[in-house]
Every structure is written in structure tokens, then in C-alpha cells.
Design a protein around this ligand. Structure first.
Ligand code: SAM
Length: 216
């Protein structure tokens, strides 16, 4: 496939999967039309990159469904000047979308080989405002905190305490929270030190494994 073919498929993804399901933030739609999702996945499955599904990226992990990436990003209400923490780099695709919409993105991945691949891909495409860190993201990044926004792209039993501590007052955290095999997308806003939660769409993510997530 040629670059223009992928661009056409990306536009179609936005028109058929995102807009009809209610994604409205124009900046999010522009980013979803722009970021070459296919480059973040193994060559053998790139032809499926703009289909309505999560796909395997190796190590038993997945790149999230485009709609889920768009919903989570929209819930973050990014205006352009935020410092964002993502937990669960995976392929690096969500980090690229965030990098289009925020000032700085720190993204943590527990599997070193995925972190390396994602970092190389982000660099090749030309992102200079994304920092990939290979470690346990449930602990966050105390030395870079506080963050305006935090997004967890793996299923967590609860919002990890260290991440709540690293969120700015007035900041937003978005995460799939619940059981190991079924969750609900939660958006928390920090108001006077407390997280006020809203509940959005049901979802299924791979587990967040770490000190403040699942143990294995
Ligand atoms: N955001 C990713 C993307 O755009 O491709 C998709 C993320 S995938 C659904 C979840 C990722 O979270 C996996 O790559 C997994 O290894 C990672 N993960 C799980 N537990 C983690 C932890 N404690 N810290 C950092 N990453 C973790």
C-alpha cells in the first residue's frame, strides 16, 4: 500500500468509526487523521491498521482500538500546553496522538523491548516532545511530577495512589478501571486534593501489572 492509501483509510476511519460514535473534539479528529497508525504495528498486519479493533503488537500486548484511543484522548480535554503522563506505551501510537495535542508527553512501558520499539518509531516519525521510559508505570514518575493529565492504557483494579499524588490540582486522569477482563472507562478530576470520578464506556484492556496494579 502507498502512503496515500493509508491516508485514505485513516480519513475513512475518522468518518465511519469516530464521528458517528460521537467524537467531537476537532483537535482530536485532526490528530487521528494525521498520525500514521500503521507505522506503529508489525508490517505483517499493517493492512488492518485502520480497522475498528485492537491489534497484537507482540509480547502478548495490543495497540488499542482507534475509537478507544479517541475517546480517552477526548476525555483528557487537551488544549495544547499540558504535561501528560501515559502509563502503558505499548506501540507508542497513543503517545503520538498525545504529542500532537499537548506540550510534553512522558510515557512508561514495563516491557523493555516494546519501549525500545515505540521510542524508535516515535523518533523516526519526528516527535521531539515524547519521552519513553521503561519501568513500572504504577509508580509514576515522581521526578517529573506534577502532571496536568494522566492516562493509563491498561486495565487497573483501582487508580494507583502514586499517580493520584502526581496529578496537579484541577488535573484529569483517565483509565479503564475494574476487573481483570472487563472495565469501565473512568475520568477523574482532582478537586481540592480529591478525585471526583465520572463513568464512561465499558471496555476491555490488557492488565496493568506492577506494584500498584495487578501482581502478575
Ligand atoms: N497505549 C498503547 C498503544 O498506543 O499502543 C496500548 C497499550 S496496551 C493496551 C497496554 C500496555 O501497558 C502494554 O504494552 C503493557 O505492557 C503495558 N503495561 C502493563 N502494565 C504496565 C506498567 N505497570 N507500567 C507500564 N506499562 C505497563
Amino acid at each position: 500500500m502507498f502512503v496515500e492509501d493509508y491516508k485514505r483509510l485513516r480519513d475513512l476511519m475518522v468518518e465511519t468509526q469516530l464521528i458517528p460514535r460521537g467524537i467531537k473534539d476537532e483537535r482530536v479528529l485532526i490528530a487521528m487523521r494525521k498520525v500514521p497508525r500503521h507505522l506503529f504495528m508489525p508490517e505483517s498486519i499493517r493492512y488492518s491498521a485502520y480497522e475498528d479493533m485492537a491489534l497484537p503488537i507482540g509480547e502478548g500486548q495490543t495497540i488499542s482500538q482507534p475509537y478507544m484511543v479517541a475517546v480517552m484522548t477526548e476525555l483528557l480535554e487537551l488544549k495544547g500546553d499540558e504535561k501528560v503522563l501515559e502509563v502503558g506505551t505499548g506501540s507508542g501510537y497513543q503517545a503520538a496522538i498525545l504529542a500532537e495535542l499537548a506540550r510534553e508527553v512522558y510515557t512508561i512501558e514495563r516491557i523493555a523491548s516494546l519501549a525500545e520499539k515505540a521510542e524508535a518509531c516515535l523518533k523516526d516519525i519526528g516527535y521531539e516532545n515524547v519521552y519513553v521510559i521503561a519501568s513500572d508505570g504504577t509508580i509514576g514518575l515522581p521526578d517529573k511530577a506534577p502532571f496536568d493529565r494522566i492516562i493509563i492504557t491498561a486495565a487497573t483494579p483501582v487508580l494507583p495512589e502514586p499517580l493520584i499524588g502526581q496529578l496537579k490540582e484541577g488535573g484529569i486522569i483517565v483509565a479503564p478501571v475494574g476487573e481483570r477482563f472487563s472495565q469501565i472507562l473512568v475520568r477523574g478530576k482532582k478537586e481540592e486534593g480529591v478525585i471526583v470520578e465520572e463513568y464512561h464506556t465499558p471496555c476491555v484492556f490488557v492488565p496493568l501489572i506492577g506494584e500498584y496494579g495487578w501482581k502478575g
